[in-house]
Design a protein around this ligand. Structure first.
Ligand code: PLP
Length: 413
């Protein structure tokens, strides 16, 4: 790439076919927001929708809203919308609980459906909650299973006839490295293993086709690229061929075939409905629906194209402006192996990120030394990529990061 500057990035924005979508989000003036992979931005439609739900539905129609305003259908209705983003069909996805909890449900299903095998295979660098949930489930099942962890590149070669399930996050939260979803699924199934994908950093950012890949299970997050708001509920997908073969263990009343029969014994709902546990978080579901609606009209290929170009522009700008200042690229350079983020390592990563945030450039830090920048293609501009790279270079050149307040650790990184 020839020399970049801010004017060239502004020209990329002027040509960007998705540029107008930024208008659908509230973003504070003067802030460069590159953390939509941790908490997506606020859609302008969300506050009105939440206010209407609170004032008119809850305030006036009270409990009758479960029927009158379809609250009871929300886990499936929003699930059907998310299904369109991940290559799943209608009636195959529900929104419920958190990603961690949904992972527990489908992992339990996978182990039960592959009873002769005792190994859960995953990646050492997987997001820790996924590994922790597997460890908890193994304990509950009497320590008869093992969690085997290998490096990301070694996954396909590590699948064998003992592997019950391969449990992977499609896009790695630290490095942004992306697995080949179809190829790994095929490798798992060729050995008789089941394939479980965590799409936390994929849904809403990179094209996913679970159906074409023939995967078995998937979970994903509502508050990252789906823009569902802090603590938004998560989604869970089970291939239709498995849905009725297993009754997930969190057998709450709203996953019952007839919750309002109030029978003393559990009988699972047909299909994906059994993956709901308790009462849906209606306010949060409404916010998630408003976020997902922003994505439905956008061609996944156009989103991907923009996200890749944003990442590429940022990497090139950082390497041009901050050469020799102690940064090294952690993310794969090749676009086809990278999700919608770019990460760099720096020995002083924590104070450097705090100094960036103090200037209004919001990315985040992941231990031990990673500066992470997410590129949500719905609302991030090419000038944002430029401004973030320029600010990073200046902070490193001037040593502006080395102030006591930037060294102080905060509870959430
Ligand atoms: C963000 C994320 C989660 C979040 O799980 P919660 O239960 O919502 O806290 C899980 N897995 C991965 C891979 C994530 O990136």
């Amino acid at each position: 790439m020839s020399r970049l500057d801010r004017a060239r990035c502004a020209a990329l924005d002027a040509e960007d076919p998705l540029a107008a979508l930024r208008e659908e989000f509230t973003l504070p003036e003067g802030v460069v927001y590159l953390d939509g992979n941790s908490l997506g931005a606020l859609p302008k439609a969300t506050p009105d929708r939440i206010a209407e739900l609170i004032e008119r539905e809850w305030g006036e129609d009270l409990v009758t809203s479960w029927n009158k305003h379809g609250w009871i259908d929300m886990p499936r209705r929003v699930g059907d919308k998310i299904a369109r983003l991940i290559g799943a069909g209608p009636g195959e996805v529900v929104v419920a609980d958190s990603t961690s909890v949904n992972l527990f449900k489908v992992l339990a299903a996978a182990l039960s459906l592959n009873p002769g095998r005792k190994v859960i295979l995953s990646e050492r660098e997987n997001f820790p909650t996924d590994l922790y949930m597997a460890q908890g489930l193994i304990g509950l099942l009497g320590e008869r299973h093992g969690l085997r962890l290998v490096e990301g590149e070694a996954i396909a070669g590590a699948i064998d006839r003992e592997t019950a399930v391969v449990m992977l996050t499609h896009v790695n939260y630290r490095s942004g490295a992306m697995h080949d979803l179809a190829a790994v699924t095929a490798a798992a199934q060729a050995q008789g293993a089941l394939m479980l994908w965590d799409l936390a950093h994929s849904a809403g950012a990179v094209p996913v086709d679970l159906g074409a890949a023939g995967a078995d299970f998937a979970v994903g997050c509502g508050y990252k690229f789906l823009n569902g708001g802090p603590g938004a509920p998560a989604f869970v997908w089970v291939a239709p061929r498995h849905q009725e073969r297993f009754q997930q263990p969190l057998s709450g009343w709203l996953g019952h075939a007839e919750p309002f029969a109030f029978a003393p014994s559990y009988r699972p709902a047909p299909g994906i409905g059994r993956y709901v546990c308790g009462t849906p978080p209606v306010l949060s579901l409404a916010a998630l629906e408003a976020g997902v609606d922003r994505l439905l009209g956008v061609a996944p290929a156009a989103l991907r194209e923009k996200s890749l170009r944003l990442g590429e522009t940022f990497i090139a700008a950082v390497e041009q402006e901050a050469a020799g200042l102690g940064l090294s690229l952690l993310s794969p350079r090749a676009g086809e192996r990278r999700g919608s983020q770019a990460s760099f390592r720096h020995a002083e990563g924590w104070p450097v990120m705090q100094a960036l945030i103090a200037r209004g450039v919001i990315g985040d830090f992941r231990a031990p030394d990673i500066l992470r920048f997410g590129f949500a293609p719905l609302y991030t501009r090419f000038v944002d990529a430029w401004d973030a790279a320029a600010a990073l270079a200046e902070i490193l050149k001037t040593g502006a990061w080395d102030r006591p307040e930037f060294h102080r650790r905060l509870p959430v990184t």
